[in-house]
Write a protein that binds this ligand. Structure first.
Ligand code: FES
Length: 659
């Protein structure tokens, strides 16, 4: 459950910057959000002692360590990395005025903001389409007598028609066998669970019958099957509310981090079953956790909607994915029928239906279709660019009238792959960063304020952007060898920058960013940028035509926009056109659980999505090569980024003159 947090006002001196921040936020994060740099090289290990600030008014929680003398503490000094804001405070930052990141005048984006629900339950209600695909109906049937000898099944169907206007219903042999007893157990008062078809030509299906009134207990589950992580939500289908959330690693990960290696495993004897069992165990774990959190019985779940990329969906359904990875890249199917959840090995009742999101192609899967639905892109007039950066990057461009999509093989850099000290976002990962442009002292901010142990995707982006803005690396990502600073040094694989020294890190080794890491990042961001510009060109549009950008996916929620644009990951588009939706795939699944109307729209939307195979578009390679620079070979495409670098250079010159 999400609680409401108290907002605190933090005033930073001498700049007099004021920001509002949630109670419980570490002071160092507040400084970063205000665009201020505080030397913090150990990332919160409490070892470097460089992040001292003075609390002039108010009180913070913590922030005391043996790096501070009693005298310091008495004067109000605290360590910004471990000091927690609990009330309004005034803080004196000890850095020289004029050397802060904030003086660049750039808008510091609101980072880590909560997922924005663009299309939500209220809209479904207002539009009268809050009609779940699987619903419960309470019926009071007339008892049979000499004047009414209609059979039990006919009696039930007649009541559905008369009381709810529901016709053309199929009753299975399984339910017919139970019907007599269920009707009579509570004097012909029954609850019928009905599954509506996507296509109106087909019949509705009676899934379950219960004696008495159980309409108040109708729950669904939404699941996003990610390559790395699986997330689930428990949904009350009466109110549309999310009752519980849970996540787990996709257990297939023990057979390889990427989709290709798992498809290779699936081709071996018993491999497909193994892949199915692994991901099913993760989903079952999530189901168990969701039910436990709200003390709900598994028989009360009437449907589960799942979305994943095409390979993940095939593996989950135990469908051979062999041709997904072989030219001409053909999946077995892009549409999947409703399946009894028990047939898939899910820990749910036999009547519960599993509904799978359809895919567009081998490389644009149901998770992206779900994201387009959940974010509301499919029904907006605005020309929208949708980007989902996860293990792969998928791009969709269009609006309510048309949609074009493509997948980019960006590589695993954003998840820490191919980066010497790269890691997934977890405790101790450097996720935020700033650099003192004169001393080159870093401000490392780690997840959980833990000792730094590596760099996650969002940190990588900001570190490279800061190094570039401060002139430490050039457009090609090469270190400026003329700069004399002990943090820049020759390492085993070329030049590198020391972010955290061994004695300050959580791994007892220096944490560095190397030229090879930067190369890998440039290739990853180049693939995404080239994907966007190529797809735009294919549909006859340019960057200036885009009216809004929707960022989805685990990484998308944590992207620092300024850094993304400075390094050329995204085209230079005004920051206020960017929207974050978080896990769009999960949001789409939830919407489908609540509205059969949306399920129908899913099919229409998926059929409108034209897939492009970027590797077959001749201009893609040229676009890609041109993108292998920071931010791009053509600097005119990124005027704001150039301006920021110039401002930084002037600042440095001014500071050097003053020194
Ligand atoms: S002691 Fe706070 S960052 Fe090192």
């Amino acid at each position: 459950m999400i609680g409401t947090s108290i907002s605190c006002q933090v005033t930073f001196l001498p700049s007099e910057r004021i920001i509002k921040i949630n109670s419980g936020t570490p002071l160092i994060r507040a400084a970063r959000q205000a665009g201020l740099h505080i030397n913090a090289s150990c990332g919160g290990n409490g070892v470097c002692g460089k992040c001292r600030v003075m609390i002039k008014e108010g009180v913070v929680d913590g922030g005391i360590s043996d790096r501070l003398s009693l005298e310091d503490i008495r004067k109000g000094y605290r360590q910004a990395c471990t000091a927690i804001i609990t009330e309004d405070i005034v803080v004196q930052v000890l850095e020289a005025e004029g050397l802060t990141a904030g003086i660049l005048g750039t808008e510091v984006p609101e980072r880590h903001r909560a997922a924005m629900h663009i299309f939500d339950i209220e809209e479904l209600q207002e539009e009268g389409i809050f009609i779940p695909p699987v619903e419960k109906f309470f019926l009071e049937l007339p008892r049979p007598d000499l004047n009414d000898r209609q059979a039990d099944a006919g009696r039930l169907l007649r009541a559905m028609d008369e009381q709810y206007d529901e016709r053309h219903i199929y009753i299975s042999h399984f339910l017919l066998k139970r019907l007599r007893r269920v009707l009579r157990d509570d004097d012909f008062r029954v609850t019928a669970t009905l599954a509506r078809p996507v296509n109106r030509r087909f019949r509705s299906r009676l899934l379950n019958l219960q004696s008495g009134n159980w309409t108040g207990r109708n729950y669904g589950i939404a699941v996003d099957i990610g390559t790395t992580t699986v997330y689930g939500q428990l949904i009350d289908k009466q109110t549309g509310k999310i009752l519980a959330e849970s996540g787990d690693y996709n257990r297939q990960i023990s057979y390889g981090e990427d989709v290709i290696s798992r498809m290779i495993v699936a081709e071996k004897p018993e491999g497909l079953k193994k892949m199915h069992d692994m991901v099913t165990r993760s989903i079952n774990n999530i189901i168990d956790s969701l039910l436990k959190q709200r003390s709900i019985d598994r028989d009360e779940i009437t449907s589960i909607t799942l979305a994943g990329n095409t390979a993940m969906t095939h593996l989950f359904l135990e469908i051979e994915p062999h041709n997904i990875r072989r030219s001409p890249y053909v999946p077995v199917s892009t549409m999947f029928p409703p399946i009894r959840s028990t047939d898939l090995g899910l820990h749910l009742g036999g009547h519960c239906m599993a509904l799978l999101y359809p895919a567009v192609s081998s490389y644009v899967g149901g998770d992206i279709v779900a994201g387009v639905m959940g974010s509301g892109m499919y029904r907006t007039e605005k020309l929208t660019l949708f980007i989902d950066i996860g293990t792969n990057a998928e791009i969709v461009i269009g609006n309510q009238d048309w949609l074009a999509c493509a997948a980019c093989s960006a590589g695993p850099a954003f998840e820490g792959g191919g980066i010497l000290h790269g890691m997934r976002a977890g405790a101790g990962a450097i996720e935020d960063f700033s650099l003192d442009p004169i001393t080159l002292e870093p401000m490392n901010i780690t997840i959980g304020a833990q000792p730094a142990v590596g760099i996650c995707g969002s940190g990588l982006l900001i570190i490279i952007s800061s190094l570039y803005e401060c002139g430490i690396i050039d457009q090609r990502g090469r270190f400026n060898q003329k700069l004399k600073n002990e943090r820049i040094r020759q390492g085993r694989s070329g030049y590198e920058f020391v972010l955290v020294r061994a004695e300050e890190s959580g791994i007892e080794r220096d944490i560095v960013l190397t030229e090879v890491d930067i190369d890998n990042y440039i290739r990853a961001k180049g693939a995404i940028y080239a994907g966007v510009t190529t797809l735009l060109a294919e549909v006859g549009l340019t960057v200036s035509d885009i009216e809004q950008v929707i960022l989805a996916g685990a990484f998308g929620s944590y992207i620092d926009l300024d850094s993304a644009i400075t390094t050329g990951l995204f085209p230079e588009i005004s920051p206020d056109k960017f929207l974050y939706v978080g896990n769009g795939s999960l949001m789409g699944c939830r919407m489908s659980e609540l509205s059969n109307h949306i399920r129908r729209d899913v099919v229409k939307t998926m059929q409108r999505m034209t897939g492009f195979e970027l590797s077959e578009v001749p201009s893609y390679k040229d676009q890609y090569v041109a993108s292998l620079f920071l931010p791009h070979t053509n600097a005119q495409l990124f005027p704001r980024a150039a301006e920021r670098r110039q401002v930084m250079e002037k600042l440095k010159e001014k500071a050097e003159l003053l020194a």
